[in-house]
Design a protein around this ligand. Structure first.
Ligand code: HEM
Length: 404
C-alpha cells in the first residue's frame, strides 16, 4: 500500500530524477490520492484519469486560448518584442475555439486525408532506409539524432513543399509556445525568416499548384477567405506540431522495446503486429505528456469546482496509464488494443497529423528491425531534456549487427 501522507503533491516533482525516470509512478501516486486536484505550486488544476481527460477535452466550457493570458501577463516593454510570436500562435487552429477553430482546421483537412498520408508512405520508407544505411557499416546509431530527427524534419518539409535550401531553418525547432513562454528573441527572427519562405512558396503555389499541403491549404483557405496571417500561422503550426513530437516518440518507442526484449522479439517475429505495436508504444511512453486549457466558466468535476479563468492541465500521460482504462498499464504489450490512448489528444483538437505520425513510427521501427539481427542499448543510462510537459530524450545510442 502506498503511504499517501509521505508522498509528493505537485506535478513539479516531475523534475526530480526518480520521476524523470518514471513519471508514470508519480502520476499513479497523485491519481490515487485525488484524480483531480488544484496544484498550488503549478497554479493549475490537474486532471489525471482517462475518462475525465477525455470528457474535458471535448467540453466547450474549456478554452484552447492559452496565448492571450500569457501575453497579458508580460510586462509592457516585453510584450511588444514578443508580439510576432503571440500573433503567429493566436492564428493557429490549436489555440482557437469553434467556430474559428473549425474554419482553420477545415482548410487543412484535404491535406491530411488517409489517402494523402498513405501516398507519403513510400517516400518516408525510402528516407528512413537511407538514414539507416548511412550507419549500417559502423553498427552504431543515435536513433534520435541520426534517424528520427532528420526523418521528422524532412517529412514535415516535404509535406509543406518547404524548399531544400531553406530547410536549415527548421533544424533545432522545438515548441513555439514554450519559446514564447521563455520570451526567446531568437525565435522571433527565425519566425520572420520562415515567413519569407512561406511567402515565396505561396506565390509559387498560387500560380502553379503542386501535390503538397501548402497548395491544398491555399486553395481551400483562399476560397474560404482566410487571411495571409492565418495561412502562415497554420503553415508554421505544422512545423511546430509535426517534428519533435514524432522524432522523440520514435526514440521513446525504440527505448521501450529495448527495455522489453520479449516485445522486441515478438515484433521481429510478427511484423503484422506493427499497427497495434505503434499505438501501444504511443500509449506506453508518449513524447507529449500534458495539454492545457483555460476554464471560461464554473465547471464541476467530482467534488471540485473549477472557476472561470483557471488553467486546467490534462495529463494525457497519466490517462494512458489509468488502470480503469488499460489493464496492467505498466506492462508494454504490443498485442494490446491501445487505440484509445490520449497521446494524440481527444475531441475537436485531435491531432491532425496522427495518421502521418503513425506511418513515420512504423517505417522507422520496421527499418530498424529489418536492418538488424541484434539491437542493444550502448548505455543503460538515459538523458532527458529539462521539460515535464514533453518527454524528450537528448540521444539514444544503439549498437547492432546488420542483417544479411
Ligand atoms: C507522435 C507524434 C505526435 C504527437 C504525440 C502529437 C500530439 C498532439 C496532441 C496531444 C494534440 C492535441 C493538443 C491539444 O488538444 O491541446 C495535437 C494536435 C495537433 N497535431 Fe499532433 N502530434 C504528433 C504528430 C503530429 C504531426 C506529424 C503533425 C503534422 C504533420 C501534427 C499536427 C497537429 C496539428 C495541426 C494539431 C492541432 C489540431 C487542432 O488544433 O485541431 N501532429 N498533436
Amino acid at each position: 500500500m502506498t503511504d499517501l501522507t509521505a508522498t509528493p503533491s505537485t506535478l513539479l516533482e516531475l523534475f526530480q530524477p526518480e520521476w524523470v525516470r518514471d513519471p508514470y509512478a508519480l502520476y499513479r501516486i497523485l491519481r490515487e490520492r485525488s484524480p483531480v486536484y488544484w496544484d498550488d505550486i503549478m497554479a493549475t488544476w490537474v486532471v489525471l484519469r482517462h475518462a475525465d481527460i477525455a470528457a474535458l477535452s471535448r467540453d466547450p466550457r474549456l478554452s484552447e486560448d492559452r496565448v492571450t493570458p500569457l501575453l497579458d501577463r508580460l510586462p509592457a516593454d516585453r510584450r511588444a518584442g514578443m508580439r510576432p510570436l503571440a500573433d503567429a500562435l493566436s492564428d493557429m487552429m490549436l489555440f482557437n475555439n469553434p467556430p474559428r477553430h473549425t474554419r482553420l482546421r477545415a482548410m487543412m483537412r484535404q491535406a491530411f486525408t488517409r489517402k494523402a498520408m498513405e501516398e507519403m508512405r513510400g517516400s518516408i520508407e525510402q528516407r528512413v532506409t537511407r538514414l539507416f544505411d548511412a550507419h549500417r557499416a559502423t553498427g552504431r546509431l543515435d536513433v534520435l539524432n541520426d534517424l528520427a530527427e532528420p526523418l521528422a524534419l524532412d517529412v514535415v518539409a516535404d509535406l509543406l513543399g518547404f524548399p531544400e535550401p531553406d530547410r536549415h531553418l527548421l533544424i533545432g525547432w522545438s515548441s513555439l509556445l514554450h519559446e514564447f513562454f521563455m520570451q526567446s528573441p531568437a525565435e522571433v527572427e527565425r519566425v520572420r525568416r520562415i515567413r519569407e519562405v512561406f511567402e515565396r512558396v505561396a506565390a509559387d503555389r498560387r500560380g502553379r499548384p503542386q501535390p503538397d499541403l501548402t497548395s491544398r491549404m491555399l486553395a481551400d483557405g483562399d476560397a474560404a477567405g482566410a487571411t495571409e496571417d492565418e495561412l502562415f500561422a497554420n503553415f508554421l503550426l505544422i512545423i511546430d506540431a509535426g517534428q519533435v513530437t514524432t522524432s522523440h516518440l520514435i526514440a521513446n518507442a525504440v527505448r521501450a522495446l529495448l527495455l522489453n526484449p520479449d516485445q522486441l522479439q515478438l515484433l521481429r517475429d510478427r511484423p503484422d503486429l506493427m499497427p497495434s505495436a505503434a499505438n501501444e508504444l504511443m500509449r506506453f511512453d508518449s513524447s507529449v505528456q500534458f495539454t492545457t486549457r483555460m476554464a471560461t466558466t464554473d465547471i464541476e468535476i467530482g467534488d471540485y469546482l473549477i472557476g472561470p479563468s483557471e488553467p486546467v492541465t490534462l495529463v494525457v500521460g497519466s490517462g494512458n496509464h489509468d488502470p480503469a482504462k488499460f489493464a496492467d498499464p505498466e506492462r508494454l504489450d504490443i498485442t494490446r488494443q491501445s487505440k484509445e490512448h490520449l497521446s494524440f489528444g481527444f475531441g475537436p483538437h485531435y491531432c491532425l497529423g496522427a495518421g502521418l505520425a503513425l506511418i513515420e513510427i512504423q517505417a522507422a521501427l520496421s527499418t530498424l528491425l529489418a536492418g538488424t539481427r541484434t539491437l542493444s542499448l550502448v548505455s543503460p543510462e538515459f538523458r532527458w531534456k529539462d521539460s515535464i510537459n514533453f518527454r524528450f530524450l537528448t540521444d539514444l545510442h544503439v549498437a547492432f549487427d546488420p542483417a544479411g
